[in-house]
Write a protein that binds this ligand. Structure first.
Ligand SMILES: Nc1ncnc2c1ncn2[C@@H]1O[C@H](COP(=O)(O)OP(=O)(O)O)[C@@H](O)[C@H]1O
Ligand SMILES: [Mg+2]
Length: 280
């Protein structure tokens, strides 16, 4: 293998790279820092959870990665390229599933195919065959195969969030960006959805960046957890989570899991207290 080939291969295994990426909002002189110089590398197929106090810059990191926001300083690379340089094939899901109420679940899940290149052009031709099969396969994976023809208002919050995950994955993105997708669900539904998310990831292995305030969720799902300091945040801790998969809710009561939870919690409490003392 030639050296340049080796370098290229090495590069392509890094899905996301923030290097000294910082963000400030507002006009120069009156700029308010939202994110301090941040370094973050996510390898292909990794599942990274980002936790930290409210307002520390978690969603800002996600928006940088999605190319929705440019860093004030530093660089953001996705798949080895500057984010703005190329339309990215990413999937996103937020706390609120925002389904279009006049479309069935099947049609809602198909929406990205109407919008995202390269699917847009042949969507009309294939809608009734190949793409519909793909939607049904995904819905079956999350236990919603019987609900393809239902409307959003006929589904519970947990079911809508399952459909939302399908919509984020329908165009087979290599990168999935999740901003507190299970935050609005009750504890039991949320834990069910962790299982669904885990199976989807084990089957398709997309690179995932998950923002959550639920430390148990981070430990259950992630292969790495990054902790941020208070605003303007930066990553103050980055640990591998090595519990075997598939993980179960029962495992979250094991002493090692509880210890991880406690350590993450202490880090976040310290970060918040520091800010309170500084009066920020
Ligand atoms: N468009 C904006 N204009 C001004 N300030 C913003 C804007 N977006 C976010 N912020 C501020 O930047 C900080 C980080 O925001 P965010 O990344 O949303 O935090 P988190 O997701 O961790 O709660 C917050 O203090 C927030 O108020
Ligand atoms: Mg946020």
């Amino acid at each position: 293998m030639s050296p340049s080939h080796a370098i290229q291969q090495g590069r392509s295994s890094i899905a996301v790279e923030l290097s000294q990426a910082a963000v400030s909002f507002g006009k120069p002189g009156k700029a308010v820092p939202a994110l301090q110089e941040t370094n973050l590398r996510i390898a292909d197929g990794e599942f990274v959870a980002l936790v930290g106090p409210s307002g520390c810059g978690k969603s800002t990191i996600l928006r940088l990665t999605a190319g929705l926001l440019q860093p004030t300083r530093g660089a953001v690379l996705v798949g080895g390229r500057e984010v703005a340089a190329k339309a990215l094939r990413i999937g996103m899901a937020f706390q609120n599933p925002t389904m279009l109420p006049w479309l069935t679940i099947e049609r809602n899940v198909m929406l990205p195919l109407k919008i995202v290149r390269p699917f847009r052009s042949d969507y009309r031709a294939k809608r009734k065959t190949e793409y519909r099969d793909r939607v049904h396969a995904l819905l079956a994976d999350v236990g919603l195969d019987k609900f393809a023809g239902h409307y959003p208002w006929q589904l519970s919050g947990g079911m809508l969030q399952r459909a939302n995950l399908c919509r984020a994955l329908i165009h087979e993105p290599s990168l999935l960006l999740l901003d507190e997708p299970f935050g609005a669900l009750d504890q039991f539904t949320r834990e069910e959805l962790w299982g669904t998310m885990q199976s989807l990831w084990l089957k398709r292995k997309p690179t995932v960046l998950l923002i959550t305030h639920d430390l148990k969720e981070a430990g259950f799902l992630a292969s790495r957890v990054c902790v941020m300091s208070a605003r303007p945040g930066r990553i103050i801790d980055d640990s591998a989570v090595d519990f075997p998969r598939p993980r179960t809710i029962q495992m979250t009561f094991d002493s090692e899991f509880v210890a991880l939870n406690q350590r993450l919690r202490d880090l976040i409490i310290d970060a918040r207290t520091d800010t309170a003392i500084r009066g920020a």
